[in-house]
Write a protein that binds this ligand. Structure first.
Ligand SMILES: N[C@@H](CCC(=O)N[C@@H](CS)C(=O)NCC(=O)O)C(=O)O
Length: 211
């Protein structure tokens, strides 16, 4: 199997984290960005979304979309399991992943693009408000936010840890507490960021972003 992407991407990092948790980083050849870039014809033929990450199976089948890749790898490498077997527990994990994808990342995206130096502050504040809304919503599904030191990692952690990296960067850049309405998510963020795995992930993301 081949995996396209680099660790600056929170979507790629989600897959990288999952492979690390399963001790299967060597099971995929990590090839970085596609030759010629994301809009290159050959890459677009392989993966019409033109995005990273993309997993390519040995028979040439391309699987884009980080959560679909993670679900695929969870089935191919079932141990250790990163999802509870009870349906309600699994739904809670799936909800966190889905809200990261459908609410949190879309809310963060406008502020992650380069901003004009004279960008209107009220526009920035409106974007920050959208992010706070997304974290408030996620907050309802992270339980009490407590987590054991380095145990019980799930598919939701794989989605949340890279998202927290960018949440931190945006909070720093705009001098704003983006978890102000999400006390349980804030507790989760504080706990998970104490783990060596999350620290390594955030370090690698920072380096891949250029320091
Ligand atoms: N929903 C996709 C999003 C992937 C995505 O947006 N990746 C970014 C890198 S962080 C990308 O490839 N952007 C290139 C583009 O949009 O042209 C997933 O979960 O994999």
């Amino acid at each position: 199997m081949i995996l396209y992407g680099l660790r600056f991407s929170p979507y790629y990092e989600r897959v990288h984290l999952l492979l690390g948790l399963k001790d299967r980083l060597d099971a995929v050849e990590r090839v970085g960005m596609p030759a010629g870039g994301l809009r290159n014809d050959a890459y677009l033929r392989l993966n019409p979304t033109g995005k990273i990450p993309c997993l390519v199976l040995d028979d040439g089948t391309a699987i884009p979309e980080s959560q679909v890749i993670c679900d695929y790898l969870e089935r191919v490498f079932p141990a250790p399991s990163l999802a509870p077997s009870d349906p309600a527990g699994r739904a809670r994990i799936d909800l966190q992943c889905r809200l990261v994808d459908t609410a949190l990342f879309p809310a963060m995206r406008p502020l992650l693009r380069p901003l004009a130096p004279d960008m209107d502050r009220s526009w920035i504040d409106a974007q920050l408000f959208e992010i706070i809304e997304a974290t408030r919503c996620l907050d309802a599904f992270v339980g009490d936010g407590e987590r054991e030191s380095d145990g019980d990692w799930t598919l939701a952690d794989c989605a949340l840890v890279p998202a927290l990296y960018y949440l931190d960067r945006l909070g720093e850049r705009h001098a704003c507490d983006l978890l102000s309405e999400a006390p349980r998510l804030a507790r989760y963020a504080a706990g998970v960021s104490e783990t060596e795995r999350a620290r390594e992930s955030h370090r690698a993301m920072r380096i891949a972003q250029g320091g």
